[in-house]
Design a protein around this ligand. Structure first.
Ligand SMILES: [Zn+2]
Length: 481
């Protein structure tokens, strides 16, 4: 490649990136089964001189691609897993399943993985051109959706020697991911009772399904007595069969528990376990827990956030054609007013008070594509969701941005997100994010003092010293059963 700068390198690989993203969209694989998606990314990386190690940390669909040598070690994080039963045809503005796959990219991880890959490739050419020392890594991180793949990778020590981690997430605006997230545990409770004829001999039966129901009632009473930002959700993953005339011998409920701090989460878990034991006692059944996954909240790094924001402002924002604007308007017409309001509210939560008036005017015009950058704010804010980037951010200074890939008002994990996934709107957002990330990496390479400052900020928080994985020893990541 003979071109000169980050944007030229990205322009040169744009077609490869778009093709890779579209191909990952098509195969839409679920957590820890992303074999085809992984190989699409690996091919892109090896084509551009990266060496690839597969099956890292004993996780079959996790991989590491590397270029260069020595310090600093810069890690780009990419995801590529999809969501179950989210099939949706590309580019359509009404719900219509895609015949090729029952799953769908409802969180835009097809764009996420490729965007971060593109950033690593562009930075690698920059490194080569200037004969700089440094290691560029791309971490292929599987199973983000309900799997916390990165938390397992952190537990395996795969990030121990990195100096910084950079990533992004597709969304409905451009801005810095300047939020903390919730730590979480996902744990199944398996109840075992005794089957019997539900009419002729109910006194001989012990219902595991009764135990699940009583546990859920107990947990719903617990809710009121939790810290304000805690969240509890459950899914009954085994009802014990389809016959009402049989006392259910087996039943299972899967709990997702969330809280801002790990110690709060552990206490909630302890109380949920007590409720499960209570439900087992009440029904004369037994209960066993099966740990599924856990992840920590995100530790922000304001030095890196400010640096990335400065880069963001220097990258040319996408230009949208009239056809793209029309398509975006069609998507917006499918959103409910409260969805658009919720998206607006999120923006006001993320920006400082003095910027509210400008953004109020801007948003009252209801632009279908929000082609502006959110002014950066240092204020502390909590996203009531979780990300396994949290565990990486405990180990090394980490920064992420949002890039506009969807018509304003879209909510993640919806058919509209899947449908947007192969549009030029989404592709433009992916390319923009790739450039922001690559430039952030370059700024750190050329200004080692900023990297030092970010590392010092990270050290002062003592998050690495105090980090304790939420995953117990011996637990391996599992596909959705
Ligand atoms: Zn996501």
């Amino acid at each position: 490649m003979t071109k000169k700068g980050i944007s030229d390198y990205l322009a040169a690989i744009q077609k490869e990136m778009v093709d890779a993203s579209d191909a990952i969209w098509e195969v839409a694989e679920l957590r820890f089964e992303e074999v085809a998606s992984m190989s699409i990314l690996q091919k892109l990386l090896t084509n551009h001189g990266f060496t690839v190690k597969t099956n890292i940390g004993g996780i079959e669909t996790a991989f590491l691609a590397e270029y260069g040598e020595g310090e600093p070690v810069m890690a780009f994080l990419g995801e590529y897993d999809a969501l179950s039963h989210m099939s949706q045809a590309a580019g359509t503005t009404h719900p219509a399943p895609f015949t090729g796959n029952i799953n769908g990219h409802g969180c835009g991880h097809n764009l996420l993985g490729v965007g971060a890959t593109g950033a690593a490739i562009a930075l690698r050419y920059e490194l080569e051109k200037n004969k700089r020392t440094g290691t560029i890594r791309f971490y292929g991180c599987p199973g983000e959706e309900g799997g916390s793949g990165k938390a397992f990778m952190v537990k395996e020590g795969l990030f121990d020697d990195i100096d910084v981690a950079i990533s992004w997430h597709p969304y409905t605006f451009n801005g810095i991911f300047s939020m903390n997230t919730l730590a979480n545990y996902q744990i199944a409770f398996e109840f075992k009772g005794r089957a019997a004829h539900a009419a002729a001999a109910p006194h001989l039966g012990r219902s595991a399904l009764d135990a699940v129901e009583l546990m859920n009632v107990g947990v719903n009473y617990l809710r009121e007595h939790l810290v304000q930002d805690a969240r509890l959700h459950y899914a009954v993953t085994d009802t014990g069969g389809l016959s009402p005339n049989v006392v259910q011998e087996k039943a299972e409920v899967l709990y997702l528990m969330r809280a801002p701090q790990n110690d709060q989460l552990k206490d909630i878990y302890r109380r949920v376990v007590n409720i499960a034991k209570g439900a087992a006692m009440m029904t004369d059944t037994t209960v066993k827990t099966r740990f599924d996954k856990g992840c920590s909240g995100i530790v922000r790094n304001k030095t890196l956030e400010k640096l990335m924001y400065e880069q963001m402002k220097q990258v040319t924002l996408p230009h949208y054609t009239d056809a793209e604007k029309r398509l975006a308007e069609e998507y917006v017409s499918t959103y409910r007013p409260e969805e658009i309001e919720s998206n607006k509210k999120q923006i006001f939560q993320m920006i400082d008070e003095p910027d509210h008036e400008t953004w109020n005017t801007l948003l009252s015009e209801s632009p279908p594509l929000l082609n502006k950058i959110l002014p950066y704010s240092e204020k502390s804010q909590l996203l009531h969701g979780s990300s396994d980037v949290g565990d990486v951010s405990h180990i090394a200074p980490t920064v992420q941005c949002f890039s506009n890939c969807y018509a304003f008002g879209a909510t993640l994990h919806s058919w509209q997100i899947v449908s947007h996934g192969k549009t030029t709107i989404a592709h433009k957002g992916m390319m923009y994010a790739a450039e922001v990330m690559a430039r952030t990496g370059l700024a750190l390479l050329t200004s080692p003092e900023v990297l030092k400052k970010a590392q010092q900020e990270h050290r002062l928080l003592r998050c690495r010293d105090q980090y304790e994985s939420l995953i117990p020893d011996g637990i391996k990541p599992q596909p959705i059963k």
